[in-house]
Design a protein around this ligand. Structure first.
Ligand code: ATP
Length: 477
């Protein structure tokens, strides 16, 4: 499984999906750039999310709030005082770790070794210590379970300290005028502060939702697992405002809806599970993670929280502005309750890569053969079709370009005439292109082409004039 994860990372780099940021300067820790195919895939995932939230639901609208927000936002939300991770240093290696992650790694090791009771007990102790914000207890657990530094192999640990994850910078040119502002660590607050703007101008009636896709920044203590834990990442969040007392109904509904959404991407259901939080965060009365089985274990991809009226009440208190809604059905004013769904776009991207990358053995009796394929759902594939003239002569390239011109307004199409046709098919398989359109001598005579399907590798002959309809039928949801 380690090898599989390494394959994903190297495939992503080799084919232009993900590059380390500023790679010529040896990269920047936990920051990545999306390449020519990665940005297409990412855009397609955003579109899929946006359409299923905003376009399919009459009572959900989208916004695009700024990354910078008034500093008081983060006092009200609790991030200035409470958005911390417990960190610990090893005195020998001088390396810094997250105390809770060291313990989680130990739990994984207990599980691998079949010590399930021990794993469960430690998980329980960890949850208790985290909920109680008990740093001393975390240190004790690290000592009791003989957790050593992965680098130095020693147990020479410092105390556990809190580390705030928000990036701060200064606003304004003059130092004395400057005020400390933060790069938002979540997109949700941009929705809460705009709750009344949207509700009033959009004449929204509860229940309704506000959706947003945007960057968030967290100064994660350690960088791990490729685009799983980044310092700059993208979130897709929905805040759904409901009448107090109905929140659990909506929470259950969104919990189901969101898992279905993942399944509709063509995912293997056995790779997903819910992880209910026994003790949700301070702002929530119920919480569940949708977890995906990555090569390194089940990890959160999306979180669903019943956030109560915590955020709106806090903003009401700090801003002294009423955050109330008048509900004509029951003739009452109230601060709405909120159910949130929050998914990391980069983590979703990683699940899609992990779900799609396969190496297929195509060996026959006389010949060893294999191919690497990204089996993306056609709707999210970065390139929808490749147009390939069988040879570089006799007017086939011109004919191929003519066909491509008719398709490229509707789909992202690649043209490729280099190398033997079989090799070109393999190149398209490796980037997940669902269809290869081959232009041959018969095309010049009767305007038909072959269309090769990525997964079955089957080919059929169709009129070139039908291509647009055929492709649209196959790449839509
Ligand atoms: P974790 O426990 O893994 O740190 P979290 O519980 O802090 O995640 P949330 O605050 O619930 O995460 O954020 C919602 C979603 O944002 C997560 O489900 C995840 O997909 C994504 N996310 C959070 N932190 C990161 C990160 N550093 N890099 C990439 N995606 C992230």
């Amino acid at each position: 499984t380690d090898d599989f994860f390494k394959n994903i990372i190297s495939h992503a780099k080799e084919y232009g999906f993900v590059f380390p940021s500023s790679e010529i300067y040896d990269g920047l820790s936990a920051v990545y750039d999306y390449g020519q195919l990665g940005s297409e895939l990412k855009n397609n995932l955003k579109t899929y999310w946006w359409k299923s939230m905003v376009q399919l639901n009459e009572n959900i609208v989208g916004i695009d709030a700024a990354i910078f927000m008034h500093p008081t936002t983060w006092k009200a939300s609790g991030h200035v005082d409470g958005f911390n991770d417990p960190m610990i240093d090893n005195k020998d290696s001088k390396k810094r770790y997250r105390a809770d992650q060291l313990i989680e790694d130990k739990i994984d090791r207990y599980e691998k070794d079949g010590k399930t009771d021990k794993a469960a007990q430690l998980q329980q102790d960890l949850d208790d210590a985290i909920t109680a914000d008990d740093l001393v207890r975390l240190k004790v657990l690290i000592e009791e379970h003989n957790i050593v530094c992965p680098i130095s192999g020693t147990k020479n640990w410092t105390e556990v300290r809190q580390f705030n994850l928000m990036f701060a910078t200064q606003m304004g040119a003059m130092a004395e005028e400057a005020e400390k502002v933060y790069l938002r660590p979540e997109t949700a607050q941009g929705i809460f502060v705009n709750f009344l703007n949207v509700q009033k101008t959009g004449r929204m009636k509860i229940p309704f939702g506000i959706a947003q896709i945007g960057k968030a920044f967290r100064n994660e203590v350690i960088a791990r697992q490729f685009i799983m834990r980044m310092r700059e990442f993208e979130q897709m969040e929905l805040q759904f405002f409901v009448r107090p007392g109905t929140e659990m109904e909506w929470y259950e509904k969104w919990k189901k809806t969101r898992l279905k959404w993942h399944m509709a991407l063509g995912a293997n259901p056995t790779k997903y599970r819910y992880h209910d939080h026994v003790k949700p965060a301070h702002y929530a009365n119920a919480a569940v993670d949708i977890e995906y089985q990555f090569p390194f274990g089940f990890k959160e991809v999306e979180g669903i929280h019943s956030r109560t009226d915590f955020d709106l009440k806090q903003h009401q208190e700090y801003s002294k502005k009423k955050m109330q809604y008048f509900d004509p059905e029951i003739n009452q004013n109230y601060v709405p309750y909120v159910v949130e769904t929050s998914i990391g776009l980069d983590r979703l991207f990683l699940t899609v890569l992990a779900n799609s990358l396969v190496e297929e053995d195509l060996s026959t009796e006389d010949k060893k053969d294999s191919r690497v394929v990204l089996k993306f759902h056609p709707a999210i594939a970065p390139v929808k079709a490749a147009v390939l003239p069988l040879t570089k002569k006799d007017g086939l390239p011109d004919k191929a370009r003519e066909i491509m011109t008719k398709l490229k307004l509707d789909f992202n199409i690649q043209y490729d005439e280099k190398d033997a046709i079989g090799k070109r098919y393999r190149r398209q398989d490796a980037i997940g292109t669902p269809f290869c359109i081959t232009v041959d001598y018969q095309t010049l005579e009767d305007d038909t082409v072959t269309i090769r399907h990525r997964d079955s590798m089957e080919q059929e002959r169709v009129p070139a004039a039908d291509l647009r309809n055929i492709i649209s039928g196959l790449v839509s949801w």
